[in-house]
Design a protein around this ligand. Structure first.
Ligand SMILES: *Cc1c(COP(=O)(O)O)cnc(C)c1O
Length: 435
């Protein structure tokens, strides 16, 4: 820990996080760059003094805080008075009208992290927290094993914070994700392999190079950033919890941390206790958690990913076991959908709500639709779907399915002829539907 961070900590705002603890067996560890328990081999998690948090915050102090994730700083594992704030968080919670009507739901909300800052995915939340903590722990080089969005966030926020950055991605990622990393000028390693192979390589590199890997040795701090997806929804619903949430699952981290966020708001008296149902979404081409759920297993069998939903293509999910547990104990469901259904999900959200999401969001919308059709979502329930990334980054996924513009001469009659032709085509489409 550096001198600077110690002197910045004001009395009365002492850090509320106290130690790391193993998820199994409760073995305690100091607040360092550690992520696995040496005794139980279970993941480590940040523990807090909830009494101290209760004394520091109220609805009013949070509402008066910054318009970013840092309004919830008391619940996050950082001690600096000036965390890295690039405007991450406080994305819109949109009340759905047209998508809701299409699906027959009365109280559907969309948490729109497709417009999160600075890189248009929810990963900016976890990286803002991880890099703030990385600086506190004295790291000067930060890194990650990424399915795409994490590389974008790590590179961008490291650039902002003046940290050296080296990111690892699978070599077959979408062009937008690669370009959206390179532009920040980090070192980019495109690994000829899938995410699980990238991750294994990064574990070896981490052991040798002493870098701060946001989702490996800094994972306990990183993952806490996802709690803000729970906090914001509760605050934006008027300090109430929803009845049901639907979120995508890759490693399962985001899903389990939304749950932790809700529990912490209950524990500190910021919202009333309520049983929230947790449903999860996977792509059929990489659905190890959904398979375990359907087969009634409590262990996740790794798979080799093959889907257009690359951002959630993790075949060996670190938090799969915990995600299953939450789905079961909250009476939720974990469903998977095919690649064509994911494309339909992207188009459906765009056409009904004006939100262009990437493949992970298409997966979530398609799973929502599937759950509604199976009677697994009550139309009256307040349901929140988490849209976690932006469609401009995965254009290849929809390119073939959205048609072409009508190319015309710069003349009125050319326009009129094209308009007439498109209307005729539309009528033909409708006639086919009516037949
Ligand atoms: C990483 C990612 C997820 C899922 O993240 P986990 O926390 O690993 O489950 C969901 N959506 C998008 C767009 C992502 O980039």
């Amino acid at each position: 820990m550096t001198q600077a961070t110690q002197t910045q900590t004001k009395p009365g705002f002492a850090p509320t996080f106290t130690h790391l603890v193993s998820k199994e067996g409760g073995v305690k560890y100091p607040l360092k760059a550690l992520h696995v328990c040496e005794e139980t081999f279970s993941p480590l998690e940040v523990a807090y003094d909830y009494e101290a948090i209760r004394n520091q915050v109220s609805r009013a102090t949070i509402e008066a805080g910054p318009n970013s994730i840092w309004r919830y700083k008391a619940f996050l594992p950082v001690e600096s008075q000036n965390p890295i704030d690039v405007g991450t968080g406080m994305t819109p919670l949109v009340k759905s009208h047209r998508l809701a009507r299409r699906l027959g739901l009365k109280n559907l909300y969309i948490k729109n992290d497709a417009v999160n800052m600075p890189t248009l995915s929810f990963k900016d939340r976890v990286v803002s927290v991880a890099l703030t903590r990385a600086k506190e722990l004295g790291f000067t080089t930060v890194s990650c094993a990424s399915t795409g969005n994490l590389a974008n966030s790590t590179a961008a926020i490291a650039a902002h914070a003046g940290l050296d950055c080296c990111v690892f991605i699978p070599s077959d990622l979408e062009a937008g994700k690669v370009l959206g990393t390179l532009v920040y000028n980090p070192t980019v390693m495109a690994v000829k392999g899938n995410y699980d192979q990238v991750n294994r390589l990064c574990c070896e590199v981490g052991n040798t190079y002493g870098w701060g890997f946001v989702n490996i040795n800094l994972r306990p701090y990183y993952s806490e950033g996802s709690k803000t997806l729970g906090f914001e929804v509760a605050e934006q619903l008027g300090w109430k919890l929803p009845d049901h949430v639907v979120a995508p699952l890759a490693s399962g981290s985001l899903y389990t941390k939304i749950y932790k966020g809700f529990q912490e708001f209950i524990k500190t008296g910021l919202v009333e206790d309520k049983a929230v149902r947790f449903s999860g979404a996977q792509a059929e081409g990489c659905s190890p958690i959904a398979s375990a759920f359907k087969e009634g297993r409590d262990f996740v069998t790794p798979v080799k990913p093959n889907t257009i939903a690359k951002s959630i293509a993790i075949g060996n999910p670190a938090d799969g076991y915990y995600a299953l547990d939450i789905a079961r104990k909250t009476n939720g469901n974990i469903e998977s959908v095919t690649d064509p259904e994911i494309v339909e999900g992207i188009k459906l959200l765009a056409e009904t709500e004006g939100i262009f999401t990437e493949t992970a969001g298409g997966t979530t919308v398609a799973v929502l639709k599937k759950l509604v059709e199976a009677g697994k979502i009550d139309p009256e329930e307040t349901t929140v779907i988490y849209i976690t990334g932006n469609g401009l980054k995965t254009q290849e996924a929809v390119q073939e399915y959205i048609g072409e513009p009508l190319t015309i001469e710069p003349k009125l009659d050319s326009f009129e002829r094209a308009l007439e032709r498109s209307r005729t085509l539309e009528r033909l489409d409708w006639q086919q539907v009516l037949v």
